[in-house]
Write a protein that binds this ligand. Structure first.
Ligand code: OVM
Length: 401
């Protein structure tokens, strides 16, 4: 975002948080929004916005007032046709949400995921060894993207060896939470083909017998959910589980590389791998924003928001709110990150966070044990998306000591 000239200040109310210059550097805009007040009306879109930690956190935890069933993007499902059948998890409210969520909670619980650790470790070893052999690497393509792409589809149980449509599908879904701008249109170019491939992968017969997808289908066989719900819940795994972890791991790698002291801390104590991800998720918020929709007229710190209004929650701005965090811009893997909203909060809080943390734990433990230095060779380049913050490339140098 272009910084305001003194004689022509940009008003928070006039910001376009989905404009490419805003997305390329959202932080000045976030500061402006936080300073403008607890609630800001964004005139361009006729929506409301919250960027301070307290209001973002409180709204996420008040699903009765700030609901998800009208969509968690800018589109109001009460007025517009969604681009795909709504998610049974993300775009649902209690009571419909509750039962399906508890099934997915169980499938993605920390305990249940431990069985994946040894195969993740083998793949991390191979990925890290080939990065070390190269020396000069792209931290995005060679590590941050490669590792989740090697472990996640197999963990779900996708049998199709061609996984090339997983990332484009996530790109679509996350762009689709924003307005129908050029970023959205571009990512939607192959929506038919990509959605059809995803739809097929969600069916029981497309999945292995021992993966997370089969466990979702087993819940249908046990009568906990209906047979129609199972493939849609597998779709949730495929939508939410790829781009998010790819960018989260990328942010952690970038921040470790540009903060040698933090890389040193991780090398001295490889159990800090999870913390390296959590602090990266707080600092960089791979999912920058989500919307809620008001179910009634509500007062927020003196501002009246009418019923059925879209409210944009700036998770990323809340995660750097100086009223909540000490040195919010500083990457510190020893920080107490509890309460960050990078994974959301309340009933919709990221159900896959234990899988993301397992991926981080394994990858960073293997990396940290290699006795290597990790350095930034050049600044990363951003990949723009209406909702995601992540990279197209992170030039790194990884050298054995
Ligand atoms: C879903 C889902 C859940 C979380 C995030 C997300 C695209 C999607 O259930 O499809 O982002």
């Amino acid at each position: 975002m272009t910084l305001p000239f003194l004689d022509n200040p940009v008003k928070a109310e006039q910001l376009d948080p989905f404009a490419e210059d805003f997305l390329a550097d959202p932080y000045p805009g976030h500061a402006l929004l936080r300073e403008a007040g607890p609630v800001v009306r964004l005139e361009r879109y006729g929506i409301w916005a919250m960027a301070r930690y307290q209001q973002v956190y409180d709204s996420l935890r008040d699903a009765d007032t700030f609901c998800s069933s009208a969509g968690v993007g800018i589109s109001n499902f009460h007025q517009e046709e969604p681009w795909r059948q709504p998610s049974l998890l993300l775009e649902a409210d209690p009571p419909a949400h509750t039962g399906v969520r508890s099934v997915v909670n169980r499938v993605l619980s920390k305990r249940a995921l431990e069985v994946l650790r040894s195969s993740f470790e083998r793949k991390a070893e191979a990925v890290v060894e080939s990065a070390l052999a190269k020396g000069s690497i792209d931290g995005f393509t060679d590590l941050g993207r490669l590792f989740p792409m090697q472990v996640f589809p197999d963990a779900v149980g996708i049998k199709d060896p061609d996984r090339s449509m997983l990332l484009p599908y996530g790109e679509m879904a996350f762009n689709a939470f924003g307005p129908q701008n050029a970023l959205f249109e571009k990512s939607m170019e192959n929506v038919g083909e990509v959605s059809a491939w995803i739809g097929t992968q969600c069916l029981r017969e497309s999945l292995t017998d021992d993966g997370l997808g089969a466990q979702v289908h087993a819940a249908a066989e046990a009568g906990e959910i209906t047979p129609e719900q199972a493939p849609l819940l597998v779709r949730s795994l495929l939508t939410a589980g790829v781009d998010t972890t790819v960018h989260g791991l990328g942010h952690a790698l970038y921040n470790l590389a540009r903060n040698p002291g933090q890389w040193q801390l991780l090398r001295e104590d490889p159990t800090l791998g999870r913390a390296a991800l959590d602090e990266a998720v707080r600092l960089e918020s791979p999912v920058q924003t989500f919307f809620r929709t008001t179910t009634r007229e509500v007062q927020v710190e003196g501002t009246t928001i009418p019923q059925d209004q879209k409210v944009l929650l700036f998770l990323a701005a809340a995660n750097r709110d100086p009223d909540r965090w000490e040195e919010p811009e500083c990457y510190d893997i020893r920080r107490d990150t509890r309460g960050h909203v990078g994974f959301g909060a309340g009933i919709h809080m990221c159900v896959g966070q234990m899988l993301a943390r397992l991926e981080a734990d394994v990858l960073f433990t293997v990396l940290a044990r290699k006795e290597s230095t990790l350095e930034l060779e050049a600044e990363p380049t951003i990949r723009l998306n209406n909702t995601l913050r992540g990279y197209a490339s992170i030039p790194l140098r990884i050298t054995p000591n």
